[in-house]
Design a binder for this molecule. Structure first.
Ligand code: MN
Length: 184
């Protein structure tokens, strides 16, 4: 596809250079993507970012992750901009940003509030609601989506199974907005 646009939904930017001494890890993928020329950086949006504890702890994570994102041309929508409102208007803007080029959708379950999805390794309070998650995914309808994922569901922490239920339903929503899906 060449460089793709990216709709990244997450509590964390995942743009660190090195985490706990490792360049390849769950906190570094989008730094590596930029280095490898995989992203059309003016068509990247990161939604739901917070993760204050990780920044303050400073345990190998970078505190300036959002500044680095913005310096690449990413749009950063911190979670405070999402509180108490529908994200349908935001997604209208995102569709304008993405245009008709190829887009990848990456959804980290920890973007949601841990009250809804506690089964994950780095929970952060004050997150998105499942309704907002669905609004984001449905807001991708009409984009040239070329791929998508749902990451960071951790069964050992998911004592009720509710996180898996929510993750599975978000994946179903993604299948419903993928273009060119052959319905059997
Ligand atoms: Mn995350």
């Amino acid at each position: 596809h060449g460089p793709v646009g990216l709709v990244h939904v997450d509590a964390h930017a995942d743009t660190s250079d090195v985490v706990l001494g490792e360049r390849i890890g769950h906190g570094t993928p989008f730094r590596r993507c930029v280095e490898e020329g995989l992203l059309d950086c003016s068509r990247v949006v990161q939604i739901g970012l917070r993760g204050w504890q990780v920044c303050l702890r400073g345990s190998g994570y970078s505190a300036d992750s959002y500044a680095w994102s913005r310096a690449q041309g990413f749009r950063v929508v911190q979670v405070e901009e999402c509180w108490f409102k529908s994200l349908a208007p935001l997604m209208e803007e995102v569709r304008g940003q993405m245009g008709g080029g190829p887009v990848y959708l990456s959804f980290d379950i920890d973007a949601l509030d841990p009250g809804f999805a506690p089964g994950t390794g780095t929970p952060e309070i004050a997150g998105l609601t499942p309704i907002q998650g669905v609004e984001i995914i449905r807001g991708c309808r009409g984009l040239n989506l070329v791929g998508c994922d749902l990451v960071e569901v951790s069964p050992p922490y998911d004592t009720t199974g509710n996180t898996a239920l929510t993750g599975a339903n978000l994946l179903f929503e993604m299948l419903c907005v993928l273009p060119n899906v052959k319905y059997l």
